[in-house]
Design a protein around this ligand. Structure first.
Ligand code: 2BA
Length: 109
């Protein structure tokens, strides 16, 4: 069994949970925040049997889209004023950041 930890954009999360549930996967959805953008994203936990792992990854890949987002970054110190001026930078976020772990034990009590 594997544990899939998938960090996805909020815009994709609802459709991804529905698609996974329709295909018979159990999912836990967590509201999370990205450290870089300091914006909300969604982390899904899926425990899947080895023979269903590829299917789950295929659903994640199909549903999750890459998008450009604007982040605000501080500029180097501006001249003699010593003031940091925020400026917008564009980053490409997603489709999904996925961690896969081997599950040692799965117990429901
Ligand atoms: P954030 O940390 O908010 O990052 C959003 C996007 O900003 C990233 O998209 C990446 O394109 C960019 N980014 C992140 N750190 C950067 C940096 N130091 N310099 C320049 N650009 C940077 P993704 O790579 O698709 O990541 C989306 C979200 O997935 C992240 O949101 C974070 O919540 C999570 N994530 C990504 N890699 C991770 C990792 N190694 N460990 C834990 N969480 C991760």
């Amino acid at each position: 069994m594997k544990l899939i930890i998938a960090i996805v954009q909020d815009e994709d999360a609802g459709r991804l949970v529905s698609s996974l549930m329709n295909e018979g996967y159990s999912v836990t959805k967590l509201a999370t925040t990205g450290g870089f953008l300091r914006a909300g994203n969604t982390t899904l936990l899926l425990g899947v049997d080895d023979d269903k792992f590829a299917g789950a990854m295929a659903v994640i890949e199909k549903v999750c889209k890459s998008r450009k987002q604007i982040a605000t970054s501080p500029s180097p110190v501006a001249g003699a004023t010593g003031v940091y001026v925020p400026y917008p930078i564009e980053v490409m976020v997603g489709g999904a950041t996925v961690f896969v772990l081997n599950v040692e034990q799965f117990v429901k009590l």
